[in-house]
Design a protein. Structure first.
Ligand code: GDP
Ligand code: IMO
Ligand code: MG
Length: 427
């Protein structure tokens, strides 16, 4: 029987979604990315090898799974090919199992430059992958889509017209150099033969798979607090990084989802700017972040930036669980707390001496919220690599049970290390 699941991040991204997707992909035939683009950095560790995915759906490490790039994504096609080929050099063939929606919007060289110039002014701290500008063009009805790439003359005409407009913007508004047409077009000429056959009507394809009883796993990127509508606007990404991103991207209606798995770390991180009420500084933050020398240390998988670290925030998690309709939780990176003598958890906010139980809508309110903490004793013994719930120290078990009770959602999986096998089923 087909069973369709979504894995979605409940914090500001990097929750360990790929680790969870990699485990659950063994039970699905198709893995679908539905929003965002190469701003995602999804890490899977198998044995000694670390794989980082940006656009390729994570489940494709399994040799017989199929992958879909949904129409709601924004994709840098040359980057996608490079990523697929790099993965192929270390593992199974990827490209022949990948299907790209013809409605996917393309990220062109000028989108990445625009992202850079705009972020210099706005200070969101984007990944500079051209995400915001590509979605800006999409909404302004000026985007170029994967289908256009399959029709070379049409593609050239569109790119020429758009580049003229972008060059005016770059030279007049940003005081930057113009971009040459050939520099934009050339990377696409050499990849057309390889990628055009992968571009198709993915809604029809997924409908066929559904009729065949195949299970689909939807791989969320970013996190719910980065969602364009429900996140910490304007310090967000430019797509719906919640389950809301699925229907628009996939084109199969609303009825096909059986389970929504929300992923949270046992604490919180954020990369890029914007409010973060439970943020820690100094020694404790450094301890959680790690040095960057070990897999799993808190440094961005896409940009290498050190991640901001803080305590678990139940106010934010309740907001994310509501907006996604989460019915199972996966808790990752429990092992990172192993050495701490005490662990704090934010249960509400104080805003100008007023108690707030719900996540506020404005960044200028959130940035003035003071977290109200409850303190729990640490377990101070290793959970790293545990695969059986009964081996968890009582302190760690209590911590997980507290999260279940506070959030009202059962925990399905607890991750105890970066490797595929470092995880246990919790019940
Ligand atoms: P994603 O974007 O949500 O897929 O997460 P990232 O891959 O960006 O970041 C998660 C990081 O934590 C990666 O380096 C993973 O290898 C690592 N990781 C995942 N789960 C665990 C865990 O349970 N323990 C530890 N120590 N590391 C983990
Ligand atoms: P994964 O899928 C963490 C953040 C950026 C910035 C903001 C806007 O690995 O969890 P963008 O380039 O999207 O316009 O940047 O969003 N951001 C992420 N943070 N994980 C991600 O993806 C992210 N993708 C974007 O740091 O603050
Ligand atoms: Mg990541």
């Amino acid at each position: 029987m087909a069973f369709n699941r979504i894995v979605v991040g409940l914090q500001w991204g990097d929750e360990g979604k790929a680790k969870v997707v990699d485990v659950l992909a063994s039970e699905a035939e198709i893995v679908v990315r539905f929003q965002g683009g190469a701003n995602a950095g999804h890490t899977v560790v198998i044995g000694d090898i670390k794989y980082v995915f940006h656009l390729v759906p994570t489940g494709l490490l399994y040799p017989h799974k199929l992958g879909v790039i949904g129409g709601g994504m924004v994709v840098d096609l040359p980057g996608l090919l490079e990523e697929a080929q790099a993965l192929e050099s270390n593992g199974p063939a990827i490209l022949n199992r990948l299907f790209i929606s013809e409605r996917t919007h393309l990220i062109m060289k000028y989108h990445k430059l625009w992202d850079e110039y705009e972020d210099e002014r706005k200070g969101i701290g984007t990944t500079k992958r051209g995400i915001g500008p590509a979605y800006t063009d999409k909404i302004a009805r000026k985007g170029i889509r994967a289908i256009d790439f399959c029709y070379p003359n049409h593609f050239r005409t569109l790119v020429t017209a758009h580049l003229q407009e972008k060059n005016e913007l770059f030279t007049r508004i940003y005081g930057k150099p113009a971009v040459a047409l050939k520099d934009v077009l050339e990377p696409y000429e050499s990849i057309r033969n390889l990628l055009a056959p992968r571009i198709t009507n993915t809604a029809v394809l997924l409908e066929k798979f559904q009729k065949e009883g195949k299970s689909i796993l939807f791989e969320g990127a970013q996190g719910s607090l980065l969602d364009i509508d429900w996140g910490t606007y304007p310090f967000v990404t430019s797509s719906n990084s919640t389950v809301c991103g699925i229907p628009g991207s996939i084109g199969l209606g609303l009825r096909m989802i059986d389970e929504v798995i929300g992923v949270t770390k046992a604490y919180t991180t954020r990369v890029g700017n914007g409010p973060f009420p439970t943020e820690l500084f100094g020694e404790l933050a450094d301890l959680i972040r790690g040095t960057g020398h070990n897999i799993g240390d808190e440094f961005g998988a896409t940009t290498g930036r050190p991640r901001r670290c803080g305590w678990l925030d139940l106010v934010a998690l309740k907001h994310s669980i509501r907006m996604n309709g989460v019915n199972k939780l996966a808790i990752t990176k429990l092992d990172v707390l192993d050495k701490l003598p005490e662990i704090k958890v934010c249960v509400k906010y104080l805003y100008k001496d007023k108690e707030l139980e719900h996540f506020p809508a404005a960044d200028y309110i959130l940035s003035e919220c003071k977290p109200v903490y409850r303190t729990y004793p640490g377990w101070q013994c290793p959970t790293r690599g545990l695969t059986n719930q009964k081996d968890l120290p009582p302190g760690a078990r209590n911590y997980i049970n507290m999260i279940i009770e506070e959030l009202g959602v059962p925990v399905q999986m607890v991750s105890t290390g970066p490797c595929r096998q470092d995880q246990l089923t919790f019940s």
